[in-house]
Design a protein around this ligand. Structure first.
Ligand code: ARG
Length: 471
């Protein structure tokens, strides 16, 4: 950032953008301070597309001639090609992407280029560009979410009957199907996908034609440009049109929630990969070593995802604070929305990509260790209580009885499966020989067959539902 701010203009002295009202040039440090070109260049293709739609509308409404409209559109297309070929490098002197494009257009097509900004302001222009940008990025992120969901679903399908300890308070609680655990994340990502779809609808409204703040004296056709740019609607109030950034904040909320989900998953993988858990092994393609400790294999990917979460939350906070005190309508403060938005978009895209790869090919579940983990504790204690409750003993009474037997077993260094039939009978006469089956891990999980539970039948149904959702 610092280096960017101190970078020198590449285009010589600042060109006069302002009206004759200004007599002297901007102080070079102020020009640098004011400029957004170093980051809003990200919007260039959307700026060009938006300007082409505007030019077409100006010709359509007779505000400029059809020939002039054609010249503008063709000139703008040339800038797009120059940019794509790496031949367009506007400097600080251009101030922002909008001026940079307009200036280059005038170099290409001559004086007619100066007609492009008729009936438009950078205020409605930048709002248009940002919405077009975000609309596209939302499409991209939603398809990444779908891909990630597919990877989780695939992994789930292969692990319906793989058991893993389920936790509450990070204390072993009840064993669950590994597929059930993975599908919990599928559900979170499903909400993320839906949420982004809803936000995209509110993003896809055109502010173009709001002018600087009050509309324009020209007979423009706002619905024409909206249709050209595939917006669903136009802002009904020009002041709101140029100053609304709700869509960006909503996106940052959604991005923050995506990061919450990825970060929780990351935290689990980090725990699972530790020697203490040893539930997963990281494959070499997705792990790194230590420069000093030769035995180390580090979960850098989930750690970085967990770490990057903070910056997205920070950007959300920044934008909320940015907006809260702004009087209507446009204020230059709004230029600050871009880096927050762009960085969040890039962070979410990068994290989704890395986590998808990690889950697809970077982990190996340690089946032996998982099998031991669900057999070596008292996580079947609820099932003993349920056993009695199903035979008429009030649940609370059963719960107290089992608490007692857990205590004596712990003291004797035994697990519930090690109790003799006589010990069970002594605890309660309702116990029969089938208690041993009832507390075996596989049975314990299979038996939780309530809708949405971890029972294998339920998990198989959940997989089918998930499949049809992403089909
Ligand atoms: N670079 C500006 C931004 O990002 C464009 C709009 C400038 N408008 C203005 N009235 N100075 O917000």
């Amino acid at each position: 950032m610092d280096t960017e701010l101190t970078q020198q203009p590449t285009g010589g002295t600042a060109s006069k953008t302002w009206s004759q009202r200004f007599e002297s040039a901007l102080h070079p440090a102020i020009a640098r301070f004011n400029a957004s070109i170093l980051f809003d260049i990200e919007l260039i293709e959307y700026d060009i597309t938006g300007s082409q739609a505007h030019a077409k509308m100006l010709a359509h409404t007779g505000i400029i001639s059809p020939a002039e409209g054609e010249q503008l559109i063709t000139g703008l297309e040339q800038i797009r090609q120059e940019y794509r070929q790496g031949q367009f490098h506007p400097g600080i002197d251009a101030e922002d992407v909008h001026f940079a494009v307009e200036r280059r257009l005038t170099e290409i097509v001559g004086d007619v280029g100066k007609k492009l900004h008729t009936a438009r302001s950078r205020n409605d222009q930048v709002g248009t560009d940002t919405r077009l940008y975000l609309r596209d990025r939302i499409d991209q992120i939603r398809s990444q979410l779908r891909e990630f969901q597919g990877v989780l679903l695939n992994l789930a399908e292969r692990n319906v009957e793989t058991l893993i300890p389920g936790y509450t308070h990070l204390q072993r609680a009840q064993p669950v199907s590994l597929a059930h655990h993975l599908l919990a994340y599928f559900e979170m990502l499903e909400r993320d996908w839906q949420r982004l779809g809803e936000i995209q609808k509110r993003t896809n409204i055109s502010p173009l034609g709001s002018g600087a703040l009050a509309g324009t004296t020209f007979p423009i056709d706002r619905h024409f440009t909206a249709k050209e740019l595939h917006f669903d609607d136009v802002y009904g109030n020009s002041l709101d049109g140029v100053s609304d950034r709700d869509f960006a904040i909503e996106f940052l909320c959604a991005a923050s929630l995506i990061m919450v989900h990825l970060s929780r998953m990351s935290e689990e993988i980090i725990l699972w990969a530790s020697q203490e858990f040893s539930f997963v092994k990281l494959k070499d393609s997705c792990a790194t070593g230590s420069s000093i400790m030769p035995q180390k294999k580090n979960p850098d990917v989930p750690e970085l995802v967990r770490g990057k979460t903070g910056r997205v939350f920070g950007h959300l906070q920044a934008l909320l604070v940015l907006m809260k005190g702004l009087p209507l309508a446009y204020n230059k403060d709004l230029q600050e929305d871009k880096e927050a938005l762009f960085d969040s978009v890039k962070t979410v895209i990068a994290c989704l990509e890395a986590m998808t790869i990690l889950m697809r090919e970077g982990l190996e579940f340690n089946q032996n260790r998982l099998g031991e983990a669900v057999a070596e504790d008292f996580s079947n204690a609820t099932d003993v209580a349920d056993y009695l409750a199903a035979r008429g003993v009030p649940f609370r009474e059963a719960y107290n009885l089992v608490g007692k037997v857990v205590k004596t077993s712990l003291a004797a260094g035994k697990l519930l499966k090690d109790l003799s039939m006589a010990e069970w009978k002594e605890l309660h006469p309702a116990f029969e020989a089938d208690i041993y089956d009832a507390i075996a891990p596989q049975r314990v999980v299979a038996a939780r067959n309530s809708y949405g539970g971890t029972g294998f039948d339920q998990v198989r149904q959940a997989i089918q539902r998930a499949k049809s959702r992403i089909a």
